[in-house]
Write a protein that binds this ligand. Structure first.
Ligand code: PLP
Length: 389
């Protein structure tokens, strides 16, 4: 069989299972209103929660950085020198998250991969929430550490896994390092981790903790510093991760923590060391995003977002509102029918979520108008589905 024939057979298998994916070209900026194939769409798919991706302050910061530092970065930051916009960003991030230091990566995915693989090796143990993001799972596998998964947000199950790891530690010399990884707001369910209790458990068992705040950064806690700050447990979390590509409106990932952690990652995180630095414009836009999130305007945007969330789904704890439909074909049909009404909501399927747990994932942003929300509610009603199902 030819190469393409072999791949086509695999693609057909995806099509049969309603798991085939394709790109939709957008000819407008990311905002509540998108141009797709020359048609206007109301957009409920983006993680641009505060509407900063197309904000004048971020665009201006990016433009200024291009004028001063150019379009490209030349090489890895350790090879050709490290452009000032990255240092400005990292100073802003450390101050925002109230940690000693920060390190930016090209993406959140690269931050997870570089960090977990730098910290753990094959003699170590990593304990993951069942629903952590693919980048954490991939990092855990690549690290070679023993992986244990606890039921989603289940503290008893987490404690069982920690007890198992403790028993292993007693038997082995040197004792394995044990790292727990969870998200604070879960990306596809929008629910919240019991972070205070997880911190208590990690202290009790002497484990390390990494928290991925991708969907809480910019949104939750004072000035949008995240759930850890909101619950007063930041200082007990060794590794705080986030992305610059969601509420902060730009692109990139970051790790915040002690100066020692950041020095260690600069020396050991392979996704940082062996990759060309992102364009300086991305760092400058992200710095403007971090500043905006902490401003009075940022606070107003958060309040606007909260009021939209309460209107759509009073019980929701984040801007991510999943409407779980189960069957992959059902989710695909619902998304198609919404598109027929010029509303863009993604159908989320395996492997992003478990098989049979397919869903529409509605995300709200501070830039949606009341009218946008009414149109969504009416369209969902016409399909006989509601955000509460
Ligand atoms: C989006 C996301 C990431 C990856 O961040 P990128 O900057 O998009 O690579 C990591 N973790 C979670 C929970 C995410 O939702």
């Amino acid at each position: 069989m030819s190469f393409d024939a072999e791949l086509n057979q695999r693609l057909d298998a995806l099509r049969v299972q309603n798991l085939f994916r394709e790109l939709r070209r957008v000819d407008s900026p990311q905002s509540p209103h998108l141009q797709i194939n020359g048609q206007p769409f109301l957009n409920f798919s983006s993680n641009d929660y505060l509407g900063l991706a197309n904000h004048p302050a971020l665009k201006e910061a990016a433009t200024r950085a291009i004028e001063k530092f150019g379009a490209g970065s030349g090489a890895s930051r350790l090879i050709c020198g490290s452009l000032a916009p990255f240092h400005e960003l990292e100073t802003a991030l450390a101050q925002f998250k109230q940690t000693e230091a920060a390190l930016s990566f090209a993406t959140g995915y690269a931050a997870a991969l570089g960090t977990i693989c730098a910290l753990l090796g094959k003699d170590d143990i990593i304990i993951l929430d069942k629903l952590v993001h693919a980048c954490i799972v991939d990092a855990a596998k690549l690290s070679g550490a023993k992986i244990r998964v606890f039921a989603h947000n289940d503290l008893e199950d987490l404690e069982d896994k920690l007890k198992w790891a403790s028993a292993k530690s007693l038997a082995a010399s040197p004792a394995p390092r044990v790292l727990i990884v969870t998200e604070s707001i879960f990306s596809m369910d929008g629910d919240v981790a019991p972070l205070r209790e997880i911190v208590a458990l990690k202290e009790k068992y002497g484990a390390w903790l990494m928290v991925d705040e991708a969907h809480a950064t910019g949104i939750i806690g004072k000035n949008g510093r995240g759930l850890a700050e909101h619950l007063g447990v930041s200082a007990q979390i060794e590794i705080q991760m986030g992305t610059l590509g969601k509420a902060l409106g730009a692109s990139g990932g970051f790790i915040c923590g002690s100066r020692t952690l950041i020095d260690f990652l600069i020396n050991r995180a392979r996704s940082f060391i062996f990759s060309t630095a992102p364009v300086p414009a991305a760092a400058a836009a992200a710095t403007a995003g971090v500043q905006l999130a902490q401003s009075a305007e940022g606070e107003k945007l958060r309040q606007r977002l909260q009021s939209l969330i309460k209107q759509l789904q009073p019980a929701a704890s984040s801007a991510i509102i999943p409407i779980i439909l189960g069957d992959e074909s059902k989710a695909m049909q619902a998304a198609t029918k919404l598109r027929e009404q010029n509303i863009f909501v993604p159908a989320i399927r395996y492997p992003t979520v478990a098989r049979g747990a397919a869903r529409l994932r509605v995300t709200l942003t501070a830039s949606h108008s009341d009218d946008d929300l009414s149109r969504l509610v009416a369209a969902l009603k016409s399909l006989n589905i509601s955000p509460a199902t």
